[in-house]
Design a protein around this ligand. Sequence first.
Ligand code: PEP
Length: 260
Amino acid sequence: MPDRRPLIGGNWKMNTTRESAEALATAVVKGLAADVAETCDVALFPPFPYLQVVRQCVGSAPVQVGGQDVSGHEEGAFTGQTSARMLLDLGCTMTLVGHSERRHGLNESDEVLNRKVRMALASGLDVMLCVGETLEEREAGHSEQVVAKQVSAGLEGVTKADLERLSIAYEPVWAIGTGRTAAPEDAQSMHARIRADLENQYDARSATSVRIVYGGSVKPANADSILAQPDVDGGLIGGASLDAGGFLDIVRAAASVEAS
Ligand code: PEP
């Protein structure tokens, strides 16, 4: 993989309690071997109320903690939202933007998501921008156009310098939480297409540097074949990240692809 460290993120969604979040984070930190952490970046995205406790469990371990979402506004009268500054204040270094459960479940538009991306980057957070087509879009043969538009609109106004702190998660909506996974070759071909689009929007160097991770029912049993694809630079893991052992198996799979 050309100079791209793999990145494995665990999206806990609206799961865990204070106690189980603490136990899960502690188990991930304890089980993360030093040689694996040297090869693979790891990030946890717990629910907002448990960010602080998870951040404390992580301590100085090489695990990033991030928000599952962030506001596009700096501060003020935005009830229920969480600002980039608040995430940074808790020691978070990253945020997801545009997860399908927000993009489609809560109708967040490309414009709203672009605002979030720019606000998070300007504030100093790393961003993982999630994109992906629905089943209807896929069956209509529109996957590539849909994803290309989500990427270009999501990155509007993002500079080349800021792009260095951004990764893209390709998550076909029909594969999230359904047990269905894209075939490794299909994931590879979409990732290569996203990279080609980034080259047009930016340049070859930037396109080669951006990490594009895959998400959608990744588990220890299917991780190797997906992570082995040359343009797949890691994964965003939902359900399987709620089990520390399985999550760490996926992290190890990513590290061994990188080392091979
Ligand atoms: C996700 O939440 O981003 C995800 C990919 O979920 P799952 O692994 O459960 O499909």
